[in-house]
Design a protein around this ligand. Structure first.
Ligand code: AKB
Length: 316
């Protein structure tokens, strides 16, 4: 019987992944944890506990007590926020990963998932159709921490045979829980503002193309990767996974098909430099070759779902 621990269950990915995992493995077998309360459906449908990913002792105790077999570690300081507190962000992102790897090895956890990001690439990387294996010189503290994390993941796999799996997520778009502190967050905020005020001031330039993905696709990609037989997981650092690629102007046009008088203005801030150092689109042929992984949502379908669901959520 698999017993699954999700660290960071209250965040943008965690709040959706926990519910998807509970459908697959059973409500009582998926333990949601975070340093803050999670959305109601998570707290009411199965076990939830406040847990700090930096507290080694509490984490070890939890893993042993609940006989945890799989861990998803999603807690991280994202790119925009990390630039404001570089050393603290490094400490949180790296220390939590290293203690997770060490505890997983010691407690013989069967599988570990940790998300990487397109932030592992930098300005010297080819920006279009960025390959799996290429130049990687990230210039953000978040990107440096993700690249170092990928190296540690592969190290624990090679050295200790720990079954680690990872995806380089693009910008993730979802309506359930808002993202916090990322560079791609505009693509979530824009939908909320379109509904609330029909206006949005974007912190990136109108032509800033970035790789993006609707959350449901990201959750499917994650669960599919975790279910693959170990011998099929050839990449133990992290897989490129692609969905769609668009710029703020494209999203504004997609929104205007539903809200014709939607207005967007542009006032780029420090996050523009981060976006300019990242890929515009991703080549994910290694992931697609693995298990036939394929994204489902394009910009139009995603816009339709985002606007409908946010209206319901805000009662508008
Ligand atoms: C961010 O913008 O920091 C994240 C990411 C691309 O990893 N969404």
């Amino acid at each position: 019987m698999e017993k699954i621990l999700v660290i960071g269950a209250s965040g943008q990915i965690g709040s959706e992944l926990v519910m998807a995992l509970r459908k697959v493995y059973g409500d009582l077998n998926v333990f949601a944890t975070d340093i803050k309360d999670a959305p109601r459906d998570i707290m009411e449908s199965g076990p939830f506990q406040i847990l700090d990913a930096l507290d080694d002792q509490q984490l070890t105790h939890f893993v042993v007590r609940h006989k945890i077999t799989h861990i998803y570690h999603l807690a991280a300081v994202l790119s925009g926020n990390a630039e404001k507190i570089p050393l603290k962000a490094w400490d949180i992102n790296m220390r939590s990963l290293l203690s997770l790897l060490e505890i997983s090895r010691e407690c013989k956890v069967k599988k570990v998932f940790w998300p990487s990001s397109i932030a592992v690439f930098g300005p010297s990387t080819p920006r279009e159709n960025t390959p799996q294996y290429t130049v990687m010189e990230p210039t953000t503290v978040y990107g440096i921490s993700k690249l170092a994390g990928e190296r540690w993941m592969e190290y624990y796999n090679k050295r200790y045979c720990l079954d680690v799996r990872s995806i380089r997520y693009p910008g993730l778009i979802s309506y359930k829980t808002e993202a916090g502190g990322g560079t791609t967050d505009y693509a979530v905020e824009i939908y909320y503002e379109a509904i609330k005020s029909k206006k949005y001031e974007c912190f990136l330039r109108e032509d800033t193309y970035l790789p993006m993905m609707f959350m449901e696709d990201a959750i499917n990609a994650t669960i599919e990767l975790m279910e693959l037989p170990a011998e099929k997981v050839r990449i133990r650092s992290s897989y490129n996974v692609a969905g769609i690629s668009f710029c703020p102007n494209d999203v504004a046009n997609a929104i205007r098909k539903h809200i014709p008088d939607f207005e967007i203005t542009y006032n780029p801030d420090f996050r523009q430099a981060i976006a300019d150092s990242w890929p515009m689109s991703i080549d994910d042929s290694y992931a697609r070759a693995n298990d036939g992984w394929k994204h489902m949502y394009d910009l139009e379908l995603m816009t339709d779902v985002m606007l409908t669901e946010i209206r319901k959520k805000l009662h508008l």
